[in-house]
Design a protein around this ligand. Structure first.
Ligand SMILES: Cc1cc2nc3c(=O)[nH]c(=O)nc-3n(C[C@H](O)[C@H](O)[C@H](O)COP(=O)(O)OP(=O)(O)OC[C@H]3O[C@@H](n4cnc5c(N)ncnc54)[C@H](O)[C@@H]3O)c2cc1C
Length: 382
């Protein structure tokens, strides 16, 4: 008998999260299924009903749903279960009223390609959300937002697979209970284990005859870049769609917030921390120059205030590039923006977490405010 009778076949190398996430860190997965269509995704989902709460809380659900991997940090040891990567794409549009068009987008469609598609067709509503990495299906999960816009402003509903009831349902925007970087989709995800898996999303956009103008620009820095007066009435804060998209992309690139393989400042999960929302009484203890924005009231009626995590990090002594010395230069805060924790080329997940922990601890020591991570952490914690 020769080896020709029993050819030696090397086992397929496991897929690594470092090759499928924008921070480019994270170990192997047990099994990796790329669903090229909704039917294949549903087969996998039907085989993975929602486990008991205790299993999910222990981080032992065997299913992880992946879009573009831009808001995900997976442990260096990896994830032993099945990764379901939603890779199906497609956009369809339907006029619904004289000046309104609804677009339906498959979960795996690249988000920025969706925005570009709408801008090219003169559809108003998503332009300020240009340049955000990831897939369309993930956008409602944390109510993706930037430059004064959030998907909740235009999202009509999402078709989702409910792993608890094992059925397809349509969740309206109202049912998704959107908040700042939050939704019912996120609140029902436990240790990375989602109850609802988004298969497609529907947005209602505006389409007017003549030159297509943006929605009113709500972000002062963007307004100034476009030559608009940030204090002007809403209707005077509109600009041509493509011009708004270009300005957003330019502003984002200056902060390392547009993916660029050559630029390590973009090897990140974007903002590592959410902007803390605290009672006004706690915000009053901060230095007067700390940026503060009204954020509604709590259940007892006390006013809430949104703070700038980037400002707190910076003023706690963690400037741009902070933390490199803690991990032999493998990771640091971005050299363009203090809110991103970046991989400088050969970082591991633990390096990014070391830098993030140091920044969080300094903010807590200096201001008594606790920062919380924005990305989903799998098999690791801050
Ligand atoms: C450079 C950079 C800039 C960024 N800028 C912004 C920004 O301006 N604003 C902002 O809000 N975010 C920003 N982000 C974060 C990120 O891009 C968004 O949160 C994005 O929507 C994540 O999409 P994704 O497909 O990559 O999700 P993934 O990272 O693949 O997944 C994130 C989480 O969502 C879950 N998930 C993914 N797809 C689905 C689905 N179809 N159904 C149910 N659950 C799902 C995953 O299980 C996981 O828990 C930025 C990230 C980077 C790297």
């Amino acid at each position: 008998m020769t080896t020709a009778d029993f050819p030696i076949v090397a086992p397929a190398a496991p897929r690594l999260f470092s090759q499928h996430t924008t921070a480019r860190v994270g170990g192997p997965a047990g099994d990796w299924i790329v669903a090229e269509n909704e039917h294949d995704a549903l087969d996998v989902l039907q085989a993975h009903p929602l486990p008991a709460d205790s299993v999910r809380e222990a981080g032992e659900d065997t299913l992880l749903v992946l879009g573009g991997g831009s808001n995900l940090l997976v442990a260096d040891a990896g994830f032993g279960g099945t990764v379901l990567q939603l890779a199906f794409s497609g956009i369809s549009a339907e006029p619904v009223e004289t000046e309104a068009v609804e677009i339906t987008v498959a979960a795996g469609h690249d988000w920025d390609a969706v925005v570009a598609w709408t801008v090219e067709r003169g559809l108003t509503g998503l332009e300020a959300l240009s340049g955000i990495p990831g897939a369309a299906g993930a956008t409602p999960v944390q109510n993706v937002g930037a430059y004064g816009a959030e998907v909740s402003q235009t999202l009509v509903d999402a078709r989702v697979w409910d792993r608890a009831e094992e059925e397809l349902v349509v969740l309206s925007a109202e049912q998704m209970q959107f908040g700042y970087r939050d939704s019912v989709l996120k609140r029902t995800t436990v240790a990375g284990s989602p109850r609802y898996v988004v298969l497609s999303v529907r947005f209602r956009l505006t389409h007017r005859a003549g030159e297509a103008l943006s929605a009113p620009v709500r972000y002062a820095e963007l307004a100034r870049t476009l030559g608009l007066d940030p204090e002007a009435p809403e209707d005077q804060r509109r600009a041509p769609l493509q011009k708004v998209r270009n300005a957003v992309l330019q502003l984002r690139a200056g902060k390392g917030m547009v993916l660029d393989e050559q630029d390590h400042d973009t090897w990140s999960t974007g903002s590592f921390f959410t902007n803390p929302i605290v009672p006004a009484s706690a915000a009053a203890q901060l230095p007067p120059q700390a940026p503060q924005f009204p954020a509604g009231t709590d259940d007892d009626g006390e006013p809430l205030v949104k703070l700038s995590a980037a400002w707190l990090i910076d003023r706690a002594g963690c400037g741009r590039g902070f933390g490199a010395d803690l991990v032999d230069g493998r990771a640091s805060l971005s050299t363009k923006h203090t809110l991103a924790v970046t991989n400088r080329g050969d970082a591991r997940t633990e390096d990014l977490l070391t830098v993030a922990r140091a920044a969080r601890d300094r903010v807590r020591q200096t201001f008594g405010i606790t920062l919380h991570p924005e990305p989903v952490l799998i098999g690791c914690s801050l």
